[in-house]
Design a protein around this ligand. Structure first.
Ligand SMILES: [Zn+2]
Length: 257
């Protein structure tokens, strides 16, 4: 930082400086006490650098907001590799893919508009179900409170409630899960459900049914398999909730559903 130059009076003809970019310019003189500071820098350059700084600040703020949103999606259960995916990233090779994408987009739009309904994404491993579900959640957050969790993860949370000194009670966990704007339960039927798990799933789905909130199930099983995995009562509740349950058919799963 250069030290300030002072003059005792403003010259009749201001001194001139030369900017390599803007050419010749007049010095400016600013009163300070009984003297005048000589402003010998190019004011156009100064204005440009201020504008540039504003732009950089805006870019940084936007970047921070994106990072915050991404973090909140990951906290909501989206895997880091899907924390940025959108519907546009979903690869559409077949009519089935296009149909699946359309159903997911329609469902998401309905929830966005405050509507209700449930959805079952059923199909083989590697058909992009979790990715599509992540895109749904990404689209709805941060306006809607969402969660994506595996069924075994939810059961683990339930069991954590039983321990001594648990952070939350079973009823608190159920209340929390029943009040989310969207709950996506992944890997349904991955392992054989115990009696406790089947009751727990029913409680979640029933709680959300009573609150008229949408639930999405993802499973590698077909409709019959899902029904067996979560139990008749939970399955019927899902279908009862005003909206339709849409089974997604991919490839060879089609004949099985
Ligand atoms: Zn300049």
């Amino acid at each position: 930082m250069s030290h300030l130059n002072f003059v005792s009076s403003v010259p009749e003809k201001p001194e001139q400086g030369h900017c390599s970019k803007h050419g010749a310019f007049d010095f400016r003189y600013q009163a300070m006490g009984d003297r005048f500071v000589v402003l010998s820098a190019c004011s156009l350059c100064a204005a440009e650098s201020t504008a540039l700084q504003v732009k950089i600040d805006e870019q940084n703020a936007a970047k921070a907001a994106r990072a915050r949103l991404e973090r909140s999606r990951i906290e909501a259960g989206v895997s880091p590799r899907y924390s940025q995916v959108t519907f546009a990233d979903y690869r559409v090779d077949t009519q089935d893919h296009a149909q699946a994408l359309q159903e997911a987009m329609d469902f998401t739009q309905r929830i966005k508009n405050g509507g209700n309904g449930n959805l079952i994404l059923s199909g083989r491993v590697g058909t992009g179900k979790t990715m599509l579900a992540s895109a749904m959640l990404n689209e709805l957050m941060p306006q809607k409170k969402c969660r994506l969790a595996t069924l075994s993860g939810l059961v683990r949370e339930l069991k954590d409630c039983w321990g001594k000194g648990a952070a939350m009670s079973e009823s608190m966990l159920l209340k929390q899960l029943s009040e989310l704007d969207l709950l996506i339960i992944d890997e349904v039927g991955q392992q054989r459900g115990t009696e406790t798990e089947i009751l727990f799933v029913f409680d979640i789905i029933d709680g959300r049914y009573k609150n008229m909130l949408p639930t999405v199930l993802i499973s590698n099983l077909d409709r019959t398999g899902i029904r067996e995995a979560i139990g008749d009562r939970a399955f019927d509740r899902l279908r009862q909730d005003g909206g339709k349950v849409v089974a997604f058919n991919w490839g060879s799963m089609r004949s099985a559903i």
